[in-house]
Write a protein that binds this ligand. Structure first.
Ligand SMILES: Cc1cc2nc3c(=O)[nH]c(=O)nc-3n(C[C@H](O)[C@H](O)[C@H](O)COP(=O)(O)OP(=O)(O)OC[C@H]3O[C@@H](n4cnc5c(N)ncnc54)[C@H](O)[C@@H]3O)c2cc1C
Length: 310
């Protein structure tokens, strides 16, 4: 079921008809269904949502949606959008924290293009005190993402961190390496449909892996980020942090905008740091479909949304 649902939604996400319908109705008005997970299509909308999020005592990271660009022109355009985002964040006074994907910056075009574009973002980001998290994409990109990350780390760009996925067999080794160099890690379960040759297929195995990795991260990581909505993973993290005497300001929880707001609020009320990942931009369809794949019941509100808007 776990791998099956992801596979089905992966197939759906390639459906042209669905994309046309969703794109037409998903963000049309303030109540449209895609707005449950996406802050809007413009920087201004994202900043407005961010202000609201901050007023509730939550931290944030902003993600300008986009991935898998095919040409260096597209990668450069995305890079310019990110630089513009940095300026807008500085002008707005909200927290200076962004997340980005390397295939958006041209990892699929060629490595040098991607490194150049990333540097063009990290330079102003460093000057303005931003933290920049590199998201982890599907497994064909894992090694390249880590290589580019380390290249920039060795060039003294230290305002960066990485995401690692519990679903992949290789992650413990990658995590130990990141802990060793002192890079900040965001631990996630993994959002992509992956082959059995590289990743656990059963939810219970991914969960076991997450719990193991959470301990490695809390033991030897630098300001760990535990990113999940799963109450069992969160409870285990709290228990382990308490056992190890790790104060609540030495690590953080992270969740996605629009998911488990109740749990976000209760963790903040208990004194934990909670950071929300806030995506925005016109290229929201693949991100949106991954969120549906994680919880097929979400499809109900999309169908209702399309029918109501029509
Ligand atoms: C801050 C953050 C950053 C992330 N960055 C990355 C990344 O860089 N690379 C990557 O591969 N993945 C990333 N992810 C996604 C992650 O890999 C998972 O796919 C996602 O978080 C769902 O897994 P879960 O840990 O919440 O556990 P699950 O077992 O999937 O879910 C636990 C519970 O959370 C709730 N829930 C989970 N998903 C949804 C949903 N879509 N809609 C409604 N309720 C839901 C449900 O109550 C569910 O029972 C990120 C997640 C977060 C929170």
């Amino acid at each position: 079921m776990y791998a099956g649902a992801k596979a089905a939604f992966y197939a759906l996400s390639r459906s042209v008809t669905l994309k046309r319908l969703a794109s037409k109705y998903g963000m049309r008005s303030r109540d449209s269904f895609a707005r449950r997970f996406i802050a809007g299509e413009t920087v201004e909308e994202a900043i407005e949502v961010s202000r609201d999020v901050q007023s509730q005592g939550l931290h944030l990271t902003l993600d300008y949606l986009g991935e898998s660009v095919r040409t260096s022109e597209e990668a450069q355009a995305a890079t310019r959008e990110y630089v513009h985002l940095l300026d807008a964040i500085v002008a707005s006074g909200i927290e200076r924290n962004i997340s980005l994907k390397l295939t958006q910056l041209g990892a699929g075009v060629d490595r040098a293009t991607c490194v150049d574009n990333l540097r063009r973002i990290l330079e102003p980001a460093g000057r303005h005190g931003f933290f920049v998290r590199i998201d982890m994409e599907n497994s064909p990109w894992t090694q390249l993402t880590l290589d580019i990350f380390e290249t920039l780390w060795q060039q003294e760009y230290r305002n960066i961190g990485i995401a690692l996925q519990a679903a992949l067999y290789r992650t413990e080794q990658d995590m130990r390496r990141m802990n060793q160099i002192g890079a900040r890690v965001r631990l996630v379960k993994g959002a992509y449909k992956e082959p059995e040759s590289v990743a656990y297929q059963k939810k219970s195995d991914v969960d076991q892996s997450f719990l193991r990795l959470m301990k490695v991260l809390l033991d030897s990581g630098v300001y760990p980020a535990v990113a999940t909505h799963d109450p069992l993973m969160i409870a285990a993290t709290r228990t382990y942090a308490a056992e190890r005497g790790l104060a609540s300001d030495r690590f953080e929880f992270q969740m996605l905008y629009g998911i488990r707001r109740d749990l976000q609020a209760s963790l903040v009320a208990e004194g934990y740091t909670m950071r929300l990942y806030i995506p925005f931009g016109r290229e929201w369809f693949p991100y949106f479909m991954r969120r549906l794949g994680e919880r097929p019941a979400n499809l109900g509100f999309v169908v209702r949304g399309i029918l109501l808007e029509k």
